[in-house]
Design a protein around this ligand. Structure first.
Ligand code: TRP
Length: 456
């Protein structure tokens, strides 16, 4: 048997995991689902979800991975028995679905980066009639979107095929601080905007009667966003932890990853919402275009916005790559381990199928909702739910023992963790999943059926 690779440096694992978590989920998806969820109400439920469910759940994935040293399918089977291979199969499908639309969205960031190279953002917006939302509308679908989706998949496949781990570690070391500086600067600039201050009330002061009235959509949306942004629910963290030595403290690693990820999403909101209010645009209206609309408003106004814009969109592309490779890595490592295919063939073959699945999104954004809604509303929550059953009910002692390696005797805290997984988290996930499925079926029967009716 070949010796399984381990991380080259002590920080390699943490860098890769942060790189996987920080991506389009924070910069692109977070502001628009927050806008759709009414701002602060959504933020509140989301933060609770991350702290109370995200943290125990990331630990569960870590222990499964480190204990079994396998790709997610092999890991679940080794941990839980052979029926779990179906759950592993579902993870692979989830990876396919997420990466297919992820690549199209990453292509939009490449496009906005290129727009910056072509001229000032103010002049680029003029080309599209001076309307930043119309600009997004034109750029998000069509031939260019298709070409950039193609480019992004090729980049992702290339990195995974070559297995360039060192390069990624370096990229994440540069990307994370750059994002924090850029977003922090944008947030400070947004603070000075006349009329922007209403954005803070909108984003930061939740009204509890609004939460109570809307919890049936807030809960599944927050669940989907939390798992998506933390890369949980499909075995990425299992895979990354499987390359790990036993001496790491998984709890502090989990907190580090969650801290960076949540901090970057929160900063994005601090920049985006005041910009929206200052420009007189209603958040939630822009749909998937929110980050593009708000940032082109900003870069068209700020002096030197041109350079900032190129840096911002370029950095996000790197963030997207360090996430997309984690998605493709899960799928590829499965094919390599279980089917004995060579790495580059596995990466290219799987990449090609994923690519085709994403192509319709470049034609009409209804396909974005079709794929994204299924992945985040249903698949990730179901995946997490099943993993909680595995760790909480089927093999809890093995999980506690594994967690204690690198930390020391946990005493009753280990039992507390298991009991939290067993009952409260499972109940919340079951409700989220039910509501997520109902919401998705409703989307299929109204919006999507309507689109089909009009277009076929
Ligand atoms: N977390 C990444 C982001 O926020 C996306 C991602 C990478 C992901 N791997 C994942 C989402 C696995 C769900 C599952 O951009």
């Amino acid at each position: 048997m070949v010796q399984r690779e381990t991380w080259a440096t002590r920080t390699g694992f943490i860098l890769a995991a942060v790189g996987s978590a920080v991506g389009l989920g924070n910069i692109w998806r977070f502001p628009f689902v927050t806008g759709e969820g009414g701002g602060a109400a959504f933020l509140f439920v989301y933060l609770l979800f991350v702290a109370l469910i995200g943290f125990p759940a990331i630990l569960a994935e870590f222990v499964i991975g480190r204990k079994t040293d396998r790709n997610p399918v092999g890991a679940l089977v080794k941990y839980g028995g052979s029926t779990w291979k179906y759950v592993g199969g579902m993870f692979i499908v989830t990876g396919f679905v997420i990466l297919s639309f992820y690549s199209v969205v990453a292509g939009w960031f490449i496009r906005y980066f290129l727009e910056g190279l072509r001229g000032s953002y103010a002049s680029r917006v003029e080309v599209y009639g001076g309307d930043t939302a119309a600009m997004f509308g034109e750029l998000s679908t069509g031939l260019d979107a298709f070409v950039l989706h193609t480019l992004f998949i090729i980049l992702t496949v290339g990195i995974v095929a070559l297995g360039i781990r060192r390069g990624i570690e370096l990229a994440v070391k540069v990307m994370v601080p750059s994002l924090i500086v850029l977003l922090g600067g944008l947030a400070i600039w947004a603070f000075t905007l006349p009329g922007g201050s209403d954005g803070y009330a909108y984003y930061l002061s939740p009204e509890f009667n609004v939460i109570a009235a809307n919890w049936m959509t807030l809960l599944p949306d927050a669940a989907g966003q939390a798992f998506f942004t933390l890369s949980l629910g499909m075995g990425v963290m299992i895979t990354y932890a499987s390359y790990l030595g036993e001496d790491r403290n998984l709890a502090t690693d989990g907190i580090t990853i969650i801290g960076f990820d949540t901090g970057i999403a929160f900063l994005t909101g601090l920049a985006v919402f005041p910009i929206f209010f200052a420009a007189g645009i209603e958040p939630g209206e822009g749909g998937a275009g929110e980050i593009f609309v708000s940032m082109t408003e900003a870069f068209a106004t700020i002096s030197g916005g041109h350079v900032l814009g190129i840096l911002f969109f370029g950095t996000v592309v790197i963030a997207a790559l360090s996430s997309s490779i984690s998605l493709l890595e899960v799928v590829t490592s499965y094919v390599i381990d279980e089917k004995g295919v060579e790495r580059w063939k596995a990466a290219a073959g799987m990449g090609a199928v994923i690519y085709l699945l994403g192509v319709p999104v470049t034609y009409d954004l209804v396909f974005l909702d079709l794929l994204d809604g299924f992945a985040d509303g249903v698949l990730l929550v179901l995946g997490a739910f099943l993993m909680m059953i595995l760790v909480g009910w089927i093999a809890p002692q093995a999980a506690v023992d594994e967690l204690e390696k690198g930390i020391g005797d946990l005493g009753s805290i280990g039992q507390l963790w298991i009991w939290v997984l067993r009952i409260p988290i499972l109940v919340v996930l079951a409700i989220s999943l039910y509501l997520g499925v109902v919401g998705y079926v409703e989307f299929l029967s109204t919006d999507f059926a309507g689109w089909l009716g009009e277009n076929l």
